[in-house]
Design a protein around this ligand. Structure first.
Ligand SMILES: O=C(O)CCC(=O)C(=O)O
Length: 271
């Protein structure tokens, strides 16, 4: 992690890493997402999706470029520094959103959330928990909508007062900024940051791709129905497979005392 990345991540709660994917890889990812995406009835906030929100899971079954992103060196440099060198990939999925979709309301936004939602710096070392990598598979300007956040809110010791939430956390309101992302880049943000997504404004839908990382000793999402299938594991290196181990740090069984040996080699996800 460069000093510049460290400065920006600490200041804002997110950092944009450019040139993670080539243009061809972005286009390939979009084609694979299109082939898999399913309409959602409701948005994560419970609004009627009305054909403007889709999702796609099990993307690791589709091989590249999804597999190589599990431990991409340019992302690992940052994630290993701000979370821990031993990482877990909790989920990898796509949300596809069409022009005029309901927003993803701002959530998170203070560091009192214990193990998964923490943020502090000690002896120049950043410490955070659940962290999202949002890949930009197309060029996104601030005017397009998409990922939005309150920069710096990951350091707040206070939750927004409930009576002020509607005003202060409004997407398009005084505190929330839309974040521009060039095609092929990845935005790494801590879930401790107040963040969400503004309604999408481009004619071409937004093909959002999200990987969520945690310390290999911590867990936020239920793992059992998110574990990759055999087909997905067959395309991974031994090190990549370890990203799906169950959460623990040490005193594991014989031969994998430190949780650095693959624990699973696939399961039928039923999808
Ligand atoms: O859609 C987005 O860009 C935001 C995603 C988000 O809020 C999340 O992953 O928690």
């Amino acid at each position: 992690m460069t000093e510049r990345q460290k400065y920006l991540f600490d200041l804002q709660g997110f950092v944009v890493v450019e040139d993670v994917l080539s243009y061809d890889e972005c286009d390939m990812a979009i084609e694979k997402i299109k082939a898999k995406m399913q309409p959602m009835q409701k948005t994560p906030d419970g609004y009627d999706a009305n054909g403007t929100w889709y999702n796609a899971g099990n993307l690791l079954e589709d091989g590249q470029p999804f597999t190589k992103l599990i431990d991409h060196p340019g992302l690992y440099e940052v994630l290993s520094e701000i979370i821990n060198p031993m990482l877990r990939l909790e989920s990898a999925y796509s949300f596809v959103r069409f022009k005029g979709c309901p927003p993803f309301e701002i959530h998170g936004g203070h560091r009192g959330g214990r193990v998964n939602f923490r943020y502090y710096v000690h002896n120049s070392q950043i410490n955070t928990g659940l962290t999202v990598v949002a890949f930009a598979l197309q060029d996104i300007t601030e005017a397009d909508g998409g990922f939005a956040c309150i920069p710096g809110s990951h350091k707040s010791d206070f939750a927004v007062p409930p009576e002020d939430r509607e005003e202060l956390f409004a997407v398009g309101g005084p505190l929330v900024r839309n974040i521009a992302m060039p095609k092929g880049s990845a935005t790494l943000f801590t879930e401790t940051l107040a963040h969400g997504a503004a309604s999408w404004q481009q004619d071409e839908p937004r093909y959002g791709l999200f990987y969520k990382y945690n310390d290999r000793a911590a867990i936020y999402h239920d793992q059992n129905h998110r574990r990759p299938s055999q087909k997905a594991f067959d395309m991974m290196t031994e090190e990549q497979k370890c990203y799906f181990n169950t959460a623990w740090q040490a005193f594991g069984p014989e031969g994998r005392h430190r949780n650095d040996v693959p624990e699973f080699d696939g399961m039928d996800t039923g999808e």
